[in-house]
Design a protein around this ligand. Structure first.
Ligand SMILES: Nc1ncnc2c1ncn2[C@@H]1O[C@H](COP(=O)(O)OP(=O)(O)OP(=O)(O)O)[C@@H](O)[C@H]1O
Ligand SMILES: Nc1ccn([C@@H]2O[C@H](COP(=O)(O)O)[C@@H](O)[C@H]2O)c(=O)n1
Length: 212
């Protein structure tokens, strides 16, 4: 059996945390597709390339090695902002789509999280989630996460950054962020990580049983 879990949602909604928990629980492979856009952006910044240079970004995307994505290196604030700028480019999205769809075929299963997994990358996923939380709660969680890492930032700046990225991600022409019509909505504003995982697990168990 190969089983695909698609998880989408806005920045800092908790989709990565949920995806990792699900992958660990079921022994599935996990791909944080945000890291693929971040890796292209990081390489563009390192090369001193203009973030408007679609040809350069697409070439980097074509040659991306998914096994070399380092969450710690790519988590920096400026990389997230740059990632959302290269993510509007159709040639970049096309190259990363191929790599992400190949990953989704891994056995015994794969969990992919991002912005367009349920709508574009894995429209036939066995189960889809769209994870949200209020802007204020997401910003509070991201702010606390950054503070714990020693990366101080003002709460208001974190909130503004999330809102700017969400707007760019949902308003772009190619593969805008939005819930798939058949996704389960998971609003974690008042749910801790355990509660969010328990809610998702209950639905996954049913989907696995239905598939067998
Ligand atoms: N349900 C929850 N309750 C409390 N904190 C949470 C919850 N889910 C996630 N978090 C925390 O919120 C922060 C953001 O979560 P996470 O990195 O999973 O979000 P994300 O949607 O993957 O973000 P990004 O879009 O930036 O990749 C982390 O510090 C995580 O531990
Ligand atoms: N499927 C995806 C995943 C990500 N993006 C873009 O990358 C940016 C960074 O993603 P994080 O999940 O690490 O926050 C994000 O803001 C998007 O612009 C995407 O377009 N599609």
């Amino acid at each position: 059996m190969s089983f695909v879990v698609a998880i989408d949602g806005p920045a800092a909604s908790g989709k990565g945390t949920l995806a990792r928990r699900i992958a660990a629980q079921y022994g599935f492979h996990h791909l944080d597709t945000g890291l693929t856009y971040r890796a292209v952006a990081r390489a563009m910044l390192d090369a001193g390339a203009s973030l408007d240079d679609e040809e350069a970004a697409a070439e980097l995307a074509e040659n991306l090695d998914l096994s070399g994505l380092d969450r710690d290196v790519l988590s920096a604030h400026e990389v997230g902002e740059a990632a959302s700028r290269v993510a509007v480019m159709s040639k970049v999205r096309a190259a990363l789509k191929r790599a992400q769809q190949q990953f989704a075929r891994k056995s015994p299963g794969a969990v992919l999280d991002g912005r367009d997994i349920g709508t574009v990358i894995c429209p036939d996923a066995d189960i889809k989630f769209y994870v949200t939380a209020s802007d204020a709660v997401r910003a509070r969680r991201r702010h606390a996460e950054m503070a714990a890492k020693g990366a101080a930032a003002a709460y208001d700046a974190v909130l503004a950054d999330l809102r700017r990225r969400d707007a760019r991600d949902s308003e772009r022409a190619d593969s805008p962020m939005r819930p798939a019509h058949d996704a389960y909505l998971l609003d974690t504003t008042e749910m801790d990580i355990e509660a969010a995982f328990a809610a998702a697990q209950c639905l996954i168990e049913k989907a696995i049983a239905a598939k067998n």
